[in-house]
Design a protein. Structure first.
Lengths: 314, 389
């Protein structure tokens, strides 16, 4: 602190001259270039994928099955598989995430060690590489729970102890849990303290307050969280690599114990393991385009709802 | 309630005490126990990922995993056979990653060092027979070698080769993403007008919504060709392409967290600096940036964590060959990509399977430590700094 006061050591003193303007502009310019570069990359990615994917992109492409060894046809089963995945995932993750967020904002005391530990685990969950969730899904859900269920109910016959939609969705639910918790928590914090206090002052108990005052106010936060989680879950591939995604299926999955096709996985296998990568290029780009439209539009909706919540907070 | 005038109520300490209500009690207990599950999940993840790698630690316990292997041998050979033929028919096309991963690794490396492994298919059959018969001691001794040849007569699990590959990609990605994201964050929080800020922030954060498989696909189809035309290197998919693609994945993380850190520097700092006659740029780089250093450090750490564990981009864009060289334009193989590409081909209980889970535990521990450092060390420092202690 003392240094800043002394005039002779003022780091700005030296540059007080004519060179300052140019230097100033150059420095600001460099940072500006960084921003422009990032945005340009984004636009280029979007542009190329839209440009290359547009010729194959049509209603027919979305609504038909792949044919001729996946060199022709559409992506209908992959799209349906992705939908089932995110729905089962949301059913598992949303209540869990909402309740955790309610605990953190309503019940956890400030400076409580346990709440800090919960927060820390949630942040850790958010940074654990997605492939680790895949390994966990394989080791826990399939090898441990699934095999355990088979020995308990099916006399050891293999039914649940193999990759399927349920295990893939639950794995994905763990991955997207932090997204939901963070969104719900944020929206819970915007509910004014006075509302809670008014409810308590009227004689409502804490649980009644949460149920009737806090929870209804957090619906938009839950929605944002769910949408963001769905957007994330629809795009992630690593966790489902060995927990349920299938290369090709001739039929749609009928039960939770079936394997499924998935958009992101479809992009991956089509571009790396297809028999004729060159020929299926338009299909690959169009599939990527569908995936991108799905995730980006969901994200956009979430951003809009979130900005409304923030405005309410102000 | 019947009388118009309420009776005069008397309050005693006892009557004012909180009444015990079962529903309240249950609600609180249920909610908090569900919240604690997230702590349990972290433990479960570690336990179950680590559990599968336990056979590696049971030295001299050789026979254990053998029975499993023989039963599923047939299916496995087919997999490898198919992969090999696919590679031979079209090397160096777009299909490079998943197909070339086996060929390049097993092909080049194995053939050079193993005179008896002339065809890949034979190697696989041999491996099935000899399988897991070497004990854990043998596996461990190969961890520190530089060859990753998990499927051969004499399987070697040289983690060093994978570690170097991962580090190479991480360094390249961070060299690109770090400066770009931080400079962009400085612009947004220090120079941009409020209106521009509101446009720039969501756009850059939109990059975070790009699924990694899309970035990987883009890198593989477009970037690889583009950079090959510029630099003219041999292998189309290499550490550099992987690094560039991963930089795209890391930029939004680094940007968002550094931007937060820069914006949370107290306004008084800026005002004091401007009042002393410093220009905006001087304030940004000599006052705000140093004050936000811990936050930016955290951003970089989390960026490293993201790149280190990124699977799909590594699978699609790095070429997936565990070559040891300092040349950034050579194919590499990262930890995460190894798990992603080989897990489906291994058999439950095999050494290879355990090794992959062991790599998984390493990745988990690494990201856990990174997060812990970012959380505790950096936050503590930031708080101290801003409170002037």
């Amino acid at each position: 602190m003392e240094k800043a006061i002394s005039i002779t050591e003022n780091p700005f003193a030296k540059t007080n001259g004519k060179g300052k303007d140019i230097k100033e502009k150059a420095v600001v310019g460099i940072t500006q270039i960084a921003v422009i570069l990032i945005i340009a990359i984004l636009v280029v990615i979007l542009g190329i994928i839209i440009y290359q994917g547009r010729e194959k992109f049509s209603w027919e492409f979305i609504s038909s099955f792949p044919t001729d060894g996946m060199t022709k046809g559409g992506i209908f089963p992959a799209l349906i598989g992705t939908f089932i995945l995110v729905i089962v995932m949301s059913i598992a993750a949303v209540p869990f995430g909402t309740i955790t967020a309610i605990y953190l904002t309503e019940y956890a005391k400030e400076n409580s060690k346990i709440a800090a530990a919960v927060r820390f685990s949630i942040r850790t969950l958010a940074v654990v590489p997605s492939i680790i969730f895949g390994l966990f899904g394989l080791g826990f859900f399939i090898q441990f729970v699934g095999t355990g269920m088979d020995t308990a109910f099916n006399d050891g016959e293999l039914h649940w102890g193999q990759p399927n939609i349920l295990w893939a969705s639950l794995t994905m639910a763990l991955l997207t849990l932090p997204v939901i918790i963070v969104s719900v928590e944020e929206s819970l914090k915007t509910i004014p303290r006075e509302l809670r206090e008014a409810s308590l002052a009227l004689g409502a108990t804490k649980w009644q307050t949460i149920k009737n005052v806090v929870f209804p106010g957090s619906i938009s936060g839950i929605m944002t969280g769910t949408i963001l989680a769905v957007s994330r879950g629809a795009g992630e591939v690593a966790p489902i690599l060995f927990t349920g995604a299938a290369y090709y299926l001739a039929t749609l999955p009928e039960s939770l114990s079936d394997q499924f096709m998935n958009l992101g996985y479809h992009v991956y296998i089509m571009s790396t393991q297809s028999s004729d990568v060159e020929k299926t290029m338009p299909i690959q780009f169009a599939t990527t385009l569908v995936l991108l439209i799905l995730t980006l539009s969901l994200n956009l909706v979430a951003v809009i709802i979130r900005s409304r919540i923030r405005r309410r907070a102000k | 309630m019947n009388s118009p005038l309420p009776k005069k109520q008397t309050f005693t300490p006892e009557s004012l005490k909180k009444q015990f209500r079962l529903s309240e009690f249950l609600a609180e207990k249920v909610i908090s126990s569900i919240a604690f599950l997230s702590i349990a999940i972290i433990f479960l993840i570690f336990i179950f990922v680590f559990k599968e790698s336990l056979p590696l630690f049971s030295f001299n316990d050789k026979a254990k995993a053998n029975t499993e292997i023989q039963t599923t041998t047939g299916a496995e050979i087919e997999t490898y056979g198919a992969d090999t033929s696919a590679e031979e028919s079209q090397p160096e096309t777009y299909g490079a990653p998943a197909e070339s991963l086996e060929p390049e690794t097993y092909g080049t490396v194995t053939e050079d060092l193993n005179p008896d492994s002339t065809t890949d298919t034979e190697v696989v059959i041999d491996e099935k027979v000899t399988g897991n018969k070497e004990g854990a001691d043998k596996t461990w001794s190969t961890f520190f070698s530089t060859e990753w040849v998990p499927v051969s007569d004499n399987p070697r699990f040289g983690l060093i080769a994978l570690l170097i590959g991962t580090l190479k990609v991480t360094i390249i990605a961070m060299l690109i993403a770090g400066p770009l994201a931080i400079l962009a964050a400085v612009y947004t929080s220090c120079f941009a007008s409020n209106r521009r800020k509101e446009i720039i922030k969501p756009i850059i954060e939109m990059l975070a919504a790009f699924p990694s498989v899309v970035i990987g696909f883009f890198a593989m189809m477009v970037l690889a060709t583009f950079f090959q035309d510029i630099f003219g290197y041999d292998s189309r998919l290499n550490a550099f392409i992987g690094g560039v693609a991963m930089a795209l994945a890391a930029i939004p993380i680094i940007y968002t967290i550094s931007e937060d850190a820069l914006s949370s520097v107290p306004k008084t700092y800026t005002e004091a600096s401007l009042a002393l006659g410093a220009s905006k740029a001087q304030t940004a780089f000599s006052v705000i940036l140093p004050a936000a250093t811990p936050g930016i450090f955290a951003a970089l750490l989390l960026g490293v964590g993201r790149v280190f564990g990124e699977t799909m981009i590594a699978l699609m864009a790095t070429g997936n060959a565990a070559l040891l060289s300092a040349n950034p334009f050579e194919s590499v193989r990262t930890f995460a990509a190894t798990i992603g590409s080989e897990m489906a081909e291994t058999v439950f209980g095999e050494t290879h399977y355990s090794v992959l889970f062991f790599i998984g535990s390493l990745l988990f521990i690494f990201s856990f430590i990174l997060n812990a450092v970012a959380e505790f060390y950096v936050k503590g420092k930031l708080i101290k700094k801003f409170q002037g202690k």
